[in-house]
Design a protein around this ligand. Structure first.
Ligand code: SF4
Length: 341
């Protein structure tokens, strides 16, 4: 098997190597371990967007929290801007400042008793900025996210959902971060507002030279936003590729299942992959995931080896990594799929 190396280019801003997160839980009255994120490796180059996509329960949000340090790692290593990060506990102040997060629910992410200006200025005051600097910066970022300056005195309940999410983005920008993790950041918004916020994020990325980790269950918005995409299933990375290659030529059976479910804008046109129609069904519990390949209980191509050996990532093509036994060295994908279908 070919070892997977990062796609060429500048040094990554963020690198994860075999990062895992397990939670101790109670299941049917017994102690159990929930494997939320399992040996995830990815690298994000500065100024780019890494999309992370998968169904609900695939570990995307846990991964987001691991990246910004809201969860400690159970295993693996993470580095930011070339320096290793601690597995758990407090991170250096400059890292906290340079890595921000925008959450899904724009309402619960804001203090209802704080004005917009106070919410945006809070992280600056924690960092010890003067009142003058805070006021200048609040005015600047409110303008940058397209809100009128007088909104600084408004409370969250006086704003629409889209305006509240703009405030959350402004708060993330206040500390001039290098990386923003966007966890389902537009999922709670109406479609027309979604488009405005996505375009705002693209404009801000260019203006601030930002790097994004963009997490969503919505394949269309991930395609629109991302330079590279990581597909997750039940806590693991199953495919990683430049966005255009993934959407043109998905390789992993799970990616094909996901992409076949994108509704076509043309009602006369079916985008479904009939071989993958068999691959429907419920995502198994991360408390007791299937042995070998975690996707095997839903995979129409499953083989004997899939029940006993966890597939390693290999290159399906340059820069396009896939974790599936069908792609073992020397077995062309077309032959493998034909043999197994
Ligand atoms: Fe399917 Fe086996 Fe590939 Fe898993 S490793 S996706 S079960 S063919």
């Amino acid at each position: 098997m070919t070892p997977v190396t990062p796609i060429g280019g500048p040094t990554p801003l963020l690198e994860l190597s075999n990062v895992s997160k397990e939670f101790a839980v109670h299941d049917a009255g017994k102690r159990a371990t929930l494997s939320a994120v399992n040996q995830v490796s990815l690298s994000v180059k500065p100024g780019t967007t890494m999309g992370v996509v998968g169904e609900s329960g695939c570990g995307k949000s846990t991964l987001a929290r691991l990246i910004v340090g809201l969860h400690g790692m159970t295993g693996g290593e993470m580095s930011f801007d070339g320096a290793p990060l601690p597995k758990s506990g407090k991170r250096p102040a400059h890292v906290v400042k340079q890595m921000q997060m925008v959450f899904q629910d724009p309402s619960s992410a804001l203090n209802p008793r704080a004005t917009v200006g106070e919410s945006i200025g809070f992280p600056l005051s924690v960092q010890g900025a003067s009142r003058k600097v805070i006021a200048q910066r609040v005015t600047q970022v409110i303008n940058d996210v397209g809100l009128p300056a007088n909104y600084a005195g408004n409370y969250p309940h006086q704003l629409s959902g889209g305006q509240r999410q703009r405030v959350n983005i402004a708060r993330a920008l206040a500390l001039q971060p290098k990386l923003i993790v966007l966890d389902e950041a537009v999922s709670a918004l109406d479609k027309s507002i979604q488009a405005q916020v996505l375009n705002l994020l693209k404009d801000l990325q260019e203006e601030y030279k930002l790097t994004y980790v963009f997490i969503s269950h919505d394949l269309n918005v991930v395609e629109y936003m991302s330079d590279e995409v990581t597909v997750m299933y039940l806590g693991q990375v199953v495919e990683r590729s430049p966005a255009d290659r993934l959407y043109e030529n998905p390789q992993h059976p799970y990616s094909r299942l996901l992409l076949s479910s994108i509704p076509s804008l043309n009602p006369a046109e079916s985008t479904r992959d009939t071989a993958m129609d068999q691959g429907s069904g419920e995502i198994p519990s991360p408390i007791n995931p299937p042995s070998g390949c975690r996707f095997r209980t839903r995979c129409p191509f499953a083989m004997e080896i899939c029940a006993t050996e966890s597939p390693q990532q290999v290159h399906a093509e340059p820069g396009h990594a896939v974790a599936c036994h069908l792609f073992e060295e020397g077995v062309p994908q077309e032959v493998s799929l034909a043999r197994s279908a």
